[in-house]
Ligand binder design. Structure first.
Ligand code: SIN
Ligand code: CO
Length: 376
């Protein structure tokens, strides 16, 4: 499939047209975006995941106009009975644990990987939901099982109900009401208010995106640049052989201020170091992610990235799980193919230079990628 191929996932639009017309602009309701057979998430599996430390889960119960929020992990007994209405369990990062959910996320790779965040899956009993709210990020809300009624509208008034554990909009004025059935999907741009209420037992998967604020990206990149900067003791000292005698000894010498401005400018003018810092930061795995080191690769063979690995690139580097490597020539082409396809066939692996193959082996040692059967 190419970005110009119309797809059922986007209601018959091609990814290119969807991005132009809807992305960050306006909602899209898609009937039968995904066939029910591909929605392999079950309630028991979700409850099991929610019992694990290191898996972020929340339980939300509505009691009239009141809301209660608890954080997991939850044993099955800590969850309310299925016969009780008005509760929902939300499990974050399900794609990290379930290969079939990771596959679902990969269908959204018409947007850059660095914008994809995770798949959250919710289970709700009749009447369950999280109340009218808005999110700051783009989201695809995919109905996995049962029915959910969605009310959506532009956020005109951002006031939230005071003293609630959740951000519930005080004024919500829906423009559309749609009931989603298994396989249906709703795309919402950031800040569109929405309220999804389960009609009977229901499961919904939210394919969520992420976007950094200017302040966050600025401080994170600068912090990494500072960490990587040369030892300050090794850089030239301020010199002032022309400093005249002064009768204002407390005044900062203008030449020292200029020296400081020059130091900051030199630091920022290092484009490669800014690119490195950005790529390392963007490819950093989430804090709760861990890899199973599975040992050496042995012979050269086809490879696939572990589903938890983040691998991205720019014109001069490849980045994987917070580390950067300078790449050029044929190795760069092959590494970029590995990042884009998340796999490399045997013929391509055989073309890697010895240093690149050694690097790949060290990634395999850390569990970042694995040997797989060659598909061609
Ligand atoms: C849910 O799945 O209940 C909540 C999803 C959302 O509103 O973002
Ligand atoms: Co939401």
């Amino acid at each position: 499939m190419t970005i110009d191929t119309p797809t059922a996932l986007l209601g018959g639009l091609s990814p290119r047209v969807f991005m132009r017309r809807h992305w960050q602009k306006k909602p899209l309701l898609i009937r039968q975006a995904i066939s029910a057979a591909d929605l392999a998430v079950d309630r028991a599996g979700l409850f099991e995941l929610a019992s694990h430390e290191g898996v972020e889960s929340r339980l939300i119960e509505r009691r009239g106009a009141d809301w209660k929020l608890r954080h997991g992990p939850f044993t099955r007994r800590q969850l309310p009975p299925l016969s009780r209405a008005d509760w929902t369990l939300l499990v974050q990062g399900v794609d990290m644990h379930a290969p079939q959910v990771h596959e679902l996320l990969s269908r959204f790779r018409f947007a850059p990987d660095v914008r994809l965040d995770d798949v959250m899956v919710s289970f709700a009993t009749d009447g369950g939901g999280v109340g009218p709210h808005f999110d700051s990020y783009d989201v695809f809300l995919l109905q996995v099982a049962g029915k959910r009624e969605w009310r959506i509208g532009r956020t005109k008034n951002m006031d939230i109900v005071p003293d609630m554990p959740l951000k519930i909009l005080a004024h919500f004025d829906p423009e559309h009401i749609w009931t989603l059935e298994p396989g249906d999907m709703l795309y919402l741009p950031p800040r569109w208010a929405h309220d999804g209420v389960a009609r009977g037992e229901c499961m919904t998967a939210s394919v969520g995106f992420r976007a950094a604020s200017r302040g966050e990206v600025g401080t994170s990149v600068l912090q990494r640049m500072l960490d990587a900067a040369e030892d300050p003791c090794e850089t030239p000292l301020y010199r002032d052989p022309n400093q005249p005698a002064t009768d204002q000894p407390a005044r900062i010498p203008p030449a020292l201020a200029a020296f400081a401005a020059d130091a900051v400018r030199r630091f920022l003018e290092e484009p490669r170091s800014m690119d490195c810092a950005l790529g390392e930061w963007l490819s950093e795995p989430k804090p709760q992610v861990w890899f199973d080191a599975r040992g050496a690769l042995g012979e050269r063979g086809a490879l696939a990235l572990d589903r938890r690995s983040r691998m991205i690139y720019d014109d001069h580097h490849v980045f994987i799980n917070g580390e950067s490597f300078v790449a050029s020539g044929r190795d760069a082409v092959l590494m970029r193919a590995l990042a884009d396809r998340r796999a490399l066939d045997l013929a391509s692996v055989l073309k890697l230079s010895s240093p690149a193959w050694e690097l790949v082996q060290s990634w395999a040692d850390q569990g970042w990628l694995h040997a797989v059967p060659d598909e061609v």
